[in-house]
Design a protein. Structure first.
Length: 221
């Protein structure tokens, strides 16, 4: 059965590594469409131009697409946040919030989407602005710089209610998580496209155990 996937991203962020001679996060969505040719990919805009529509019209358009999906992919890019605007006034946090909610329409209730944060390389081909791997030579753990993210993303990372921790002697106790500690799992773009099924299976496993996580579904200012 074809999957229905919604992609949340900052269309105009040009701080990413060029892909096929394109320099915005939107180009990575085109690549996803090719990768998932047998699945349905929903995104903030389609072939139609929404720029002339009111926010209320765009919101209804997005709600329909998210409601009909079961997985949301959030493309993490260096300038995805507009720092001079409240998070509640930006589309990505709203899309994440709606993806996490259970919405009832015509006696049918959608379930909380599985979610994956896909980290795009920056203009220097680096992921370290958010994700660094093998930051400890003893346990080869990775570091997520969640302070760079929208609050609703941060709140849904490291939110497993009964965490387990590494006993690596190079770290203070209970600082390095083991297992799937976040409802929204993070992966580098290069790893994701190398084995998409692996990471979508992780998303589904986490979603099946949703009650193990303290999920935040609302956007804060």
């Amino acid at each position: 059965m074809a999957r229905k996937i919604f992609v949340s991203y900052k269309h105009s962020d040009d701080s990413v590594e060029p892909i096929k001679d394109e320099t915005t996060a939107r180009a990575y969505v085109d690549e996803l469409i090719e990768i998932f040719e047998d699945d349905e990919i929903y995104k903030g805009e389609g072939d139609e131009d929404l720029s002339e529509f009111k926010d209320e019209t765009i919101e209804t358009h997005l709600k329909d697409k998210i409601y009909d999906s079961s997985v949301t992919l959030v493309l993490i890019s260096p300038n995805m946040k507009e720092l001079l605007k409240n998070e509640s006034d930006q589309w990505i946090p709203w899309e994440i919030s709606y993806s996490l909610k259970e919405i009832t329409r015509n006696e049918r209730t959608s379930q909380t989407n599985g979610m994956l944060a896909i980290v795009l390389p920056d203009s220097n081909s680096s992921y370290s602005y958010y994700l660094e791997e093998n930051t400890c030579t003893a346990c080869n753990c990775r570091t997520l710089h969640t302070n760079t993210l929208f609050q609703i993303l941060r709140d849904n990372m490291f939110n497993v209610m009964e965490p387990t921790f590494s006993n690596c002697p190079e770290h203070p106790p209970e600082t390095v998580y083991k297992g799937h500690s976040s409802y929204i799992y993070s992966v580098k773009w290069s790893d994701f496209i190398g084995d998409t099924d692996k990471y979508l299976d992780i998303v589904e496993e986490i979603r099946e155990n949703i009650n193990d996580y303290d999920i935040t579904k609302t956007v804060k200012d």
